[in-house]
Design a protein around this ligand. Structure first.
Ligand SMILES: *Cc1c(COP(=O)(O)O)cnc(C)c1O
Length: 335
C-alpha cells in the first residue's frame, strides 16, 4: 500500500531497527540513558542550542515550550492555521492556563508583522500578558522566507516577546531553502522538531532551547507523564533520523513536484503547482465528485488517501517516483 495521508506513516529503516536493538540504555528520568543523551547533545549542537529534550511527540514538545515560556494568565500569538492552536487539543489552555491569540496566516504561511504588533496587549489589568510569538515552518507544506524570520525575530525582541518555532518539519524547510537547520533555528528562542515524520523514526520529537528553558520543560514533561525510562531504544532511531534522513527529503520534494505536474490533467481536481514547495500537494475536489467512492476505489488499487473536499497528498521515503506515477495514473482513471 502507498499511503499518501501523511509522512508520519513512514516505517523505520533497517538501520534504525538494528540501532534500536543494540542501543545502550539507562533510566532517562535519572539522566542515565547514554543514547538519549547522545541524541539530545547531537541535536543541540546541530541546531545551535545549549540544550535539547527528547519528547514523546511533537504535541508534547510544543506544549512544553508553551508552558515553559508562559505562566498562567499569559498568552501566545500564533497563526490561525497553527498546529499548536488547532490540532493539539487546546493543551496550552487546558493544561497551561495559557491563552492563544491566533492571527490570520497569509497565503505564504506568514503572519503579517503589523498584525502581530497590533495584537500585543498593553500592560493593563484587563488583558492577558502577551509573552510569546509562535511560528510554524513548514506550514501547510510552505516554507517561511528567511528574511521574514529575521524580521519576526527583531519584532519579538523589540517587543520583549520570546519566539518559538513549531519546526515539526524544520528539516523539510531547511532542505527546501538549501540551508542547515541551524540557519533557520537561529532566529528562535526554542524549536520543536519531529523525528517521526519525514525523518522516519518510529517515535519522538525534540525541544531545543537554553538550559533554563529545557530544565523547566523537563519538569513539565515529568508532570505530564512524559518521563520515559530506557528511552534510548527510541532515541537510537532518532539519531539516525538526524544523521541519515535529512538530505534525502529532497527526493520527497521532487516527488511532490512530480505528482503536482502529473495531476495537472486530472479533470476532477484543481491545484496550483506553484504552491508545492516541500513534500505536500494540496488539491481541491471539483463539485459533484464522489470523493468517498474515489478513496475506496484507490484503496482497492493500493493507494490510501484522506478523503475530503480539500485533499492533501504527502510524499515520504516509502513512496518512490514510480509509485507517484502509478498513483497519478490511478487518479486519472474513472472510478
Ligand atoms: C505533526 C505536527 C505536530 C505534532 O506532532 P505529533 O508528533 O503528531 O504530536 C506539531 N506541529 C506540526 C506542524 C505538525 O505537523
Amino acid at each position: 500500500m502507498l499511503d499518501f495521508r501523511s509522512d508520519t506513516v513512514t516505517q523505520p529503516t533497517e538501520a534504525m531497527r538494528l540501532a534500536m536493538s543494540r542501543a545502550e540504555v539507562g533510566d532517562d528520568v535519572y539522566g542515565d540513558d547514554p543514547t538519549v543523551n547522545r541524541l539530545q547533545d547531537m541535536a543541540a549542537e546541530m541546531l545551535g542550542f545549549d540544550a535539547a529534550l527528547f519528547t514523546a511527540s511533537g504535541t508534547q514538545a510544543n506544549l512544553l515550550a508553551l508552558m515553559s515560556h508562559c505562566e498562567r494568565g499569559d498568552e501566545y500569538i500564533c497563526g490561525q492555521e497553527a498546529h499548536n492552536y488547532r490540532f493539539e487539543g487546546g493543551g496550552a489552555a487546558v493544561l497551561g492556563s495559557i491563552q492563544p491569540q491566533p492571527l490570520a496566516n497569509q497565503a505564504d504561511g506568514t503572519i503579517a508583522l503589523e498584525a502581530i504588533s497590533a495584537a500585543i496587549k498593553p500592560d493593563d489589568i484587563h488583558f492577558a500578558r502577551t509573552r510569546l510569538l509562535s511560528l510554524e515552518n513548514t506550514i501547510g507544506g510552505k516554507v517561511l522566507p528567511l528574511d521574514y524570520l529575521a524580521r519576526a525575530q527583531a519584532l519579538a525582541f523589540d517587543k520583549g516577546l520570546k519566539i518559538h518555532l513549531d519546526g515539526a518539519r524544520l528539516a523539510n524547510a531547511a532542505v527546501a531553502c538549501g540551508v542547515d537547520m541551524a540557519r533557520i533555528a537561529g532566529h528562535f528562542d526554542s524549536v520543536s522538531l519531529c523525528l517521526s515524520k519525514g525523518l522516519a523514526a518510529p517515535v519522538g520529537s525534540l525541544l531545543l532551547g537554553d538550559e533554563r528553558l529545557i530544565n523547566k520543560a523537563k519538569r513539565w514533561r515529568k508532570m505530564l507523564g512524559g518521563g520515559m525510562r530506557q528511552a534510548g531504544v527510541l532515541a537510537a532511531a532518532g539519531i539516525l533520523a538526524l544523521t541519515e534522513q535529512v538530505e534525502r527529503l529532497e527526493e520527497d520534494h521532487a516527488n511532490a513536484r512530480l505528482l503536482a505536474e502529473l495531476l495537472g490533467d486530472v479533470d476532477w481536481l484543481s491545484l496550483d503547482i506553484n504552491q508545492v514547495q516541500t513534500n505536500m500537494v494540496f488539491a481541491s475536489v471539483n463539485e459533484g465528485v464522489d470523493i468517498q467512492a474515489k478513496a475506496r476505489s484507490l484503496r482497492e488499487q493500493g493507494f490510501i488517501i484522506s478523503p475530503g473536499k480539500q485533499l492533501r497528498f504527502v510524499t515520504h521515503k516509502d513512496i518512490n517516483s514510480d509509485g507517484i506515477r502509478r498513483f497519478a495514473a490511478a487518479l486519472k482513471a474513472p472510478v
